[in-house]
Ligand binder design. Sequence first.
Ligand SMILES: *[C@@H]1O[C@H](CO)[C@@H](O)[C@H](O)[C@H]1NC(C)=O
Ligand SMILES: *[C@@H]1O[C@H](CO)[C@@H](O)[C@H](O)[C@H]1NC(C)=O
Ligand SMILES: *[C@@H]1O[C@H](CO)[C@@H](O)[C@H](O)[C@H]1NC(C)=O
Ligand SMILES: *[C@@H]1O[C@H](CO)[C@@H](O)[C@H](O)[C@H]1NC(C)=O
Ligand SMILES: *[C@@H]1O[C@H](CO)[C@@H](O)[C@H](O)[C@H]1NC(C)=O
Ligand SMILES: CC(=O)N[C@H]1CO[C@H](CO)[C@@H](O)[C@@H]1O
Length: 560
Amino acid sequence: MKLSIILSVVLFVIVSDGAVVFPADENVAYPEVHSPVGHIRGLRAEDENYSMFMGIPYAQVDPDNLFGNAKPYPKFESTFDAFNDSSICPQEEEFNNTIVGSLDCLHINVYVPDSASDQNRLPVFVWIFGGRFAFGFPGRFLYGPSFLVRHDIILVTINYRVGPYGFMCLDIPEVPGNQGLKDQVMALNWIRDNIEAFGGDNTAITIGGNSAGGMAADLHLYYGEDENLFHKIILQSGVSLFGGIIGRPDPNAPFELAKHLNHTSSDVKDALSFLATVDPHQLIAATLELEMSNFIPCIENQFENVQRFITEYPLNTYVPRVKDIEVLIGLNNEEAYISISQLPDIMFQMSDFVQEGINRNFDFEDEDELYAQMHDVVTHFYFGDQDISAELKQQIIALRSDYYFNYPVLRTVKKYLENGVQTMYLYMFSYSGGRNFSKHRVNITGGGAAHADELGYLFDISYMDKPLDPEDQLIVDRMTELWANFVKYGNPTPEPTELIPVVWQPVTRDKWHYLELDTELRVSTRPFHARTAFLDLFYKHNEIYEIGYRTKPSSGSNIV
Ligand SMILES: *[C@@H]1O[C@H](CO)[C@@H](O)[C@H](O)[C@H]1NC(C)=O
Ligand SMILES: *[C@@H]1O[C@H](CO)[C@@H](O)[C@H](O)[C@H]1NC(C)=O
Ligand SMILES: *[C@@H]1O[C@H](CO)[C@@H](O)[C@H](O)[C@H]1NC(C)=O
Ligand SMILES: *[C@@H]1O[C@H](CO)[C@@H](O)[C@H](O)[C@H]1NC(C)=O
Ligand SMILES: *[C@@H]1O[C@H](CO)[C@@H](O)[C@H](O)[C@H]1NC(C)=O
Ligand SMILES: CC(=O)N[C@H]1CO[C@H](CO)[C@@H](O)[C@@H]1O
């Protein structure tokens, strides 16, 4: 394919946030790319050595079926100006809790260092944002590229539908479920087919994400049909084995929504046609008013000529592809810090944290006696005989972190070893500094690294302080170097350097090496080993009560 980035002189001035103003500095150059889908014009990053191609549509929501699969976007007839990274799919966004977004949102952003060329194709890191499949967006407001592209990799951030438009799961072929994940598959296809035009290497693609984004990346590894879409994977506190986030078809959802919006119907097609006429913001408001939480990945029913994405609970699914994949996986040292540290004291007497942890993953049905025994065992393990109170915050954080995050992640490590993973690196992020994303967002301090706190050290978050505090800068430099090395070489520490004076070894059956990312880098083995050993036994003892345990094999899935 022919290169690629040429500079054209046009009559605009670039300002730093990517907006464009008139008039006119005749010497400002725009980077331009000739891709298989047509000409795309981007922006230069101010004072940095990379170009930005933002808001490129890769697919479009089907106007005749807003809740179903999207369609590929047609080729551009004239040059597409890829200047706008603020697209957001309909949702209640997490920063100001406002309902925003439109269905013209299936866009991607491509950030290309100047070193990329036809002769020097760069590896590609595709980032999938998290947000419980209910919210999130890929723009620079949160996912600024400048820390990562300095390491000579291309960063691509993709958008996909969330909430009812992305995850309605019905028993009709038009809305089979997992539409948001199928959007991601279309984005990955677009990247494979077009990234060479940007100087990217489509044989060296890493996908990754945090939380639901990591879970989505992992689901592509479990269920993706096309083995050429990516070659490495980064799972940050997010895996397919998360409890409670894989559902089943919920045929009632359209009726409930329509009824709430004063359209009573008993025909699903009619309810959907009505919902398609409702303003997306009003529809999101309805899902919130009804407290609907079932717009999540689901195990799809089978229909003739409809390709399924998730066919069986991940718990029961063998993942043969890990034999050909390099994995970087990890967690933060106090994943549940935010939710527990913010609870008012009175809630500590009123809440049953043990029950909540168990119920996240198990259903003991009418086995009341066994359940009571298990409740006792867990209570004694985490709290001894102490009464639950705010004094026990630390232990409660450990309990919730384990059941929600740590155990699913560490169990994935075990599973991937058993499934013959090629190479796997494990980390624990423990640094608590000035760019802690989650603690900053809710304005709390202290504690270890909470869920998603690491994002501020990978991404140039638009609203965070610049220049960086030197200690935070060091974490940014180290973390982005490690991640970029993995994207480039499949090995985060190919050789010791002054910046990273350690060798981070892959996990083996006998030694679960991991890197602890803190003010100092520490290599150690088997994180949370005592708690994990307890949970191994707990899960084994109660395996037949785990949600999804060996559900009826559905054709096409591999049961272990
Ligand atoms: C951009 O490249 C120039 C020339 O190689 C270099 O001097 C400058 O420091 C680079 N800027 C950044 C922000 O990396
Ligand atoms: C950028 O996109 C957003 C969201 O689609 C839109 O609201 C805004 O008007 C666009 N900005 C420009 C300058 O086109
Ligand atoms: C939230 O509000 C702030 C302040 O008005 C604004 O700068 C920011 O862009 C908003 N963020 C989102 C994601 O809407
Ligand atoms: C539905 O009807 C109720 C009662 O008439 C009304 O208060 C409400 O505003 C209506 N909702 C919508 C979305 O039209
Ligand atoms: C954050 O919390 C501190 C201490 O509780 C308070 O003084 C400050 O006003 C808060 N900031 C915001 C933006 O709410
Ligand atoms: C340890 C800790 O909480 N660090 C910081 C997290 O973010 C807030 C807001 O930027 C800072 O005030 C804290 O010091």
